[in-house]
Design a protein around this ligand. Structure first.
Ligand SMILES: Cc1cc2nc3c(=O)[nH]c(=O)nc-3n(C[C@H](O)[C@H](O)[C@H](O)COP(=O)(O)O)c2cc1C
Length: 183
């Protein structure tokens, strides 16, 4: 069982990374192999809308997204993590998401099939409902390519990883979610 995680924050030791790592700890506890990619550090352009992938299923761009397509194809489960930036996912996570277009067929069939997916979202605001519409929209977008979000772990009123690591209830929830992801 292979679980591959993508973190959309430019901070490699931030709150999103801390929570995603805890999810992976839970998955590893159940015997999964895991990998984590910080897409905030990678060179990933937005979709150029050349439409070549409509026919071929392959993106023509030669950037850091290229190996990630195979990582996704070869995975059993996916973890997607992003902080809220101005009421949505980060620009880096949006570029990554747009590039998944090559996994959508001409008639919107899911070329990838489906992958059980866990979503980690972090935010400065303390109200867990304030971004409900945006969170649902992200989940719908990923669902279009077959990344089916089974559970969402949300951290509110947070900006530093220490706040996450000291929150025993949240860390336990993330660990169990990682276990459940691969069960
Ligand atoms: C450019 C930028 C925009 C942000 N926009 C929002 C926002 O709209 N709403 C919110 O609640 N928090 C916002 N935040 C706060 C982050 O979502 C929050 O601190 C998060 O935990 C950071 O995750 P990280 O530590 O993984 O980078 C923003 C932070 C930055 C840097």
């Amino acid at each position: 069982m292979k679980v591959v995680a993508f973190v959309g924050s430019p901070r490699t030791e931030g709150t999103t990374d801390a929570l995603v790592r805890q999810v992976l700890n839970g998955a590893e506890d159940k015997g999964a192999d895991t990998a984590i990619f910080h897409i905030g550090l990678l060179d990933i352009s937005g979709c150029h809308a050349c439409m070549k992938c409509r026919k071929t299923g392959v993106c023509v761009q030669d950037d850091d997204m290229k190996p990630l397509f195979d990582e996704i194809r070869n995975s059993d489960c996916i973890v997607l993590g992003t902080p809220i930036y101005f009421y949505y996912m980060t620009a880096q996570m949006k570029a990554f998401t747009d590039r998944l277009f090559s996994f959508v067929g001409d008639n919107f069939e899911k070329r990838l099939g489906s992958r059980k997916t866990l979503f980690v979202v972090t935010q400065g605001a303390d109200d867990p409902e304030i971004f409900r519409a945006q969170i649902d929209s992200m989940i719908s977008a990923w669902g279009m390519v077959g990344l089916n979000v089974a559970e969402t772990i949300q951290a509110c009123a947070t900006s530093d990883k220490e706040q996450i690591e000291e929150n025993e209830e949240l860390m336990e929830k993330a660990f169990i979610a990682g276990q459940n992801l691969v069960d």
